[in-house]
Design a protein around this ligand. Sequence first.
Ligand SMILES: [Zn+2]
Length: 278
Amino acid sequence: MKLVNGFDLVAYAKKNGYVLPAFNTTNLEMTYAIANGLMEANLPGYIQISSNNLRLSNPYVIAMIAKDAVKKSEIPIGLHLDHGKSFEDVKACVDAGFTSIMIDMSHLPFEENIRESKRAAEYCHFYGIPVEVELGALRGKEEDIVNEGECKTDPDMVAEYVSKTECDLLAVSVGNVHGLCLNPQIDIPLLEKINQISKVPLVLHGGSGISKEIIWEAKKHGLIKINYGSDLRKEFIGTFGEAYETNHNEHDVIHLSIDAVNHVANKAKELVMMINEH
Ligand SMILES: [Zn+2]
């Protein structure tokens, strides 16, 4: 299959009752691994890359690898920009063939957040691509994004924010944490309240560590997309780390990279199956 447009992917998930995982890639190996994991599970989802990671490669390279990685897929897979940091990054990814976009202006004051998010949404919508935005801030660390304090999404701001930004997906802060957090306290009543107000489906960042029971509960309250970064990165790094621990002269990059692809794919498969057991 070709990479699937984000609107079609969300419609497919809604129709079939799926939650879509969005797995963060970093490089060629992780991109193939994520596609393989989804294909083995025969469940839909996203390959996503953060704005920060674009320093390592560029959107065209990632889009080309992703297109190749999904070409044998029989289930829909989209390519998403995670935490788009600027209008320029958004534009570069749309132009390169990404099928879904996030613009993250959650660090800005409310009015500026709306203005910048709307600007990105207008550009994306011109090309028929959906836009995820964020209201509230997550505790924890995701690459360059570090937050000490937590700022939960204020439900009183949701209606105005969603309608003025003209967004298609809303990322919320309801106790979810970026990075590896073993026991995040997800505020289901708050999620339920936000969902009653929001016209668009909801997204949880910081999926690693959230129990399946909580995800199934969140699914009843508008959850359509959940992001996973740390779980997959740990599998990737662990493969090389263990080999080095065993033998400090280890230099078989090809076999270790193939192992890393398999380990990351297995984790992606396990996660997409877990969130869709119900
Ligand atoms: Zn995030």
